[in-house]
Design a protein around this ligand. Structure first.
Ligand code: FNR
Length: 348
């Protein structure tokens, strides 16, 4: 079965068991959906120039293996940070992490998780904590401290969520029974251990003053490498590298932020060149519409270190729990290996 057919099947299975408003939230796109549709199209249109006479003796495991920020992985296909996975499965991110551990991959854990960090960490998979800086920075400080103490090996600072899009009101209207509170008081109290009764109502809303200095603040506070997610312009990528970022994720947030945005596939080569002009050790990752092993190979050929996959894994988790997430990661990795066997070492 191709990855395309598998992903369609998992989505159909998931939709059959999910309330329509939850499925609608996962599938949501910004604007008229142009960025999402064009992202899928651009990744699918990626073409490779096969290399020959390089020897084909490497094992599947050797072909797929990589490292991200020094962490050895068995695949460059990583699980994107996505909110509220308890709406897909009762154990949420902790269930997804089991599949990630089995696949030898890595997962991002969203600020909008409802699962305690220790439960995620218990699965044994490497994980990065995704940060939305909150208006009350001391809360963000507590969250990143806790994530670091629980074993997160990097922070992913998402910087593309600067305005409410039509995606967000949909999430806000989801009933609490099907959807535990987002960045609300109960969840933050549980995750930070702080008494929030004395904070004002805006404390847990997104901060308005996130800038390049935030990268250094997070890195110094936790001692963890900081990856900036949602970078599309080469100048921004260069500035992130100069400000001390360990990596950047070329991402349109799955086409959920700006309908008229350039796609991540189109932006990737320019970002790689910009980052390398500052420091070739800074890693570049990509996501938003990656759906095939050939697309993963193309990203690697452009200089990406790894890719993240989003919605197919969310549907997989909802449809079949850890088995569904594993199916997504394994299918993309298997296709990648076949592609690399045919193409030689494409890594730039
Ligand atoms: C996301 N994404 C996301 N990103 C982030 O930094 N923090 C978050 O909390 C979320 N939440 C979230 C929820 C859902 C339901 C989706 C679909 C996506 C974006 C995610 O990390 C990733 O960038 C995209 O999902 C990648 O695109 P594809 O693979 O879904 O097309």
């Amino acid at each position: 079965m191709t990855t395309t057919a598998l992903f369609e099947q998992l989505e159909a299975e998931a939709r059959a068991g999910l309330p329509a408003h939850v499925a609608g939230y996962v599938a949501a796109t910004a604007g008229a959906g142009q960025c999402h549709a064009e992202g899928l199209r651009d990744w699918a249109a990626a073409r490779l120039v096969p290399r020959v006479l390089q020897g084909v003796s490497r094992t599947d495991e050797q072909l797929a293996a990589t490292t991200v920020l020094g962490t050895p992985l068995r695949t460059p296909v990583l699980l994107a940070p996505m909110a509220q996975q308890v709406a897909a499965h009762p154990r949420g991110e902790a269930e997804a992490a089991r599949a990630v551990a089995a696949a030898g991959s890595l997962l991002g854990v969203s600020t909008n998780t409802a699962v305690p960090f220790d439960a995620v960490a218990q699965a044994g998979a490497p994980w990065w904590y995704q940060v939305y800086v909150l208006r009350d920075r001391s809360l963000t400080g507590l969250l990143v401290d806790r994530a670091a103490a629980a074993g997160a090996s990097a922070l992913v600072l998402t910087v593309d969520t600067t305005a409410l899009t039509q995606v967000d009101p949909a999430a806000a209207s989801i009933e609490p029974t099907a959807w535990p509170p987002g960045p609300g008081r109960e969840r933050l109290t549980a995750l930070t251990g702080a008494d929030l009764a004395d904070r004002d109502a805006g404390a847990a809303t997104p901060a308005l003053d996130v800038d390049l200095a935030t990268i250094g603040w997070l890195a110094e506070r936790t001692g963890l490498p900081v990856v900036v997610k949602g970078v599309l312009h080469p100048d921004d990528a260069r500035a992130c590298a100069q400000a001390g970022a360990a990596g950047v994720v070329v991402s349109t947030h799955g086409g959920r932020r700006l309908g008229e945005s350039v796609t991540s596939a189109a932006a990737l080569p320019g970002v790689v060149a910009a980052v390398r002009s500052v420091d070739p050790a800074v890693e570049v990752y990509a996501d938003s519409g990656v759906r095939s092993g050939a697309a993963v190979a193309w990203a690697l050929a452009q200089g990406a270190r790894a890719v993240f996959v989003g919605r197919p894994a969310w549907w997989g988790l909802a449809a079949r729990g850890a088995d569904g997430v594993a199916a997504v990661l394994d299918a993309l990795t298997a296709e990648l290996v076949t592609t690399l066997r045919q193409c030689g070492d494409v890594r730039a």
